[in-house]
Design a protein around this ligand. Sequence first.
Ligand code: CS2
Ligand code: MN
Length: 361
Amino acid sequence: MEMTMRWYGAAFDTVKLEQIRQVPGVKGVITTLYDMKPGEVWPQERIHALKREVEAAGLHIAGIESVNVHDAIKVGSPDREQYIANYIETLENLGKEDIHLVCYNFMPVFDWTRTELARRRPDGSTVLAYSKAAVDALDPERMFESIAGETNGTVMPGWEPERMAKVKELFALYRDVDDEKLFANLVYFLEKLMPVCNRYDIKMAIHPDDPAWSVFGLPRIIINEKNILRMLKAVDDVHNGVTFCSGSYGTNLENDLPHMIRALKGRIHFAHVRNLQFNDGMNDFEESAHLSADGSFDMYEIMRALYETGFDGPIRPDHGRMIWGEVAMPGYGLYDRALGAAYLNGLWEAIEKAETRGFDK
Ligand code: CS2
Ligand code: MN
């Protein structure tokens, strides 16, 4: 595995590449052209410039998160052909710049859903949290307004204000799209992408739906082992793979994370590792520190499953807490993600050495 951190680009991120460079073991960033709208073609010159900028700081681009998918592709409207052609052109431009990993998601309307961006924990840190009661009480059209005041002035991924202004139209677009239709549209999209992915060896890594169940009656498909295996089989090419995000699959306590990792062996191209603490079963959870003891997951078992299945892609500490007075994009401050990276590196080193040397040497 390769430890990385996500970086949104100099114009959007509060964290600097020079700071990321100082996190032990981190040589790669997962980045994006954050201002590109879903459906736009990413110009090769801009990808090239981004690459140079990252390399000038002594780092490299380990992958892209995300190239967002236009809603026309998800709902399967006739104009999807144009948007798929644009997506392919973007992949070509990434391939020409020697980039081989693309994370994306296939969630309708909203990307991840949280009801609080700054819930205070007993140690004074603040974290993203989800409460079913809050979701149930919320008019989805008000979802964005309800959290807009907590973004610390940043633009959150998937929650771009221009998109959120059109939430009503977006809901109308998905009126006739159920899980089966969404699945068929995903398969259609992936089949069209595979030739370019094969030509440039680009691994597509779908990010799970977060939380891993339907919110506001919208279809959700990338939520459990059965559905992902179905998707991997439907387009049975190694370039059709997944981003294993423990904090997203883990929202559903029925998902056995180490078991899923083993079942997806060979098709996990990217890993997001974070911990959650459940307060009232799945009705309420918050994003804890990465340390196993701080949340509900056994992080050692998650890392061990990745190790044992020969995972060799980029990994990143997913969201971190806001600590030490930092003001940053919720989930994406420097300090707690750096602690997460160090902890995950420590687990990995211990697992690797125990495996290769044995405990008694
Ligand atoms: C990420 C997602 O910040 C997060 O929660 O895990 O926004 C992720 O980047 C996208 O869903 C991937 O397309
Ligand atoms: Mn994630």
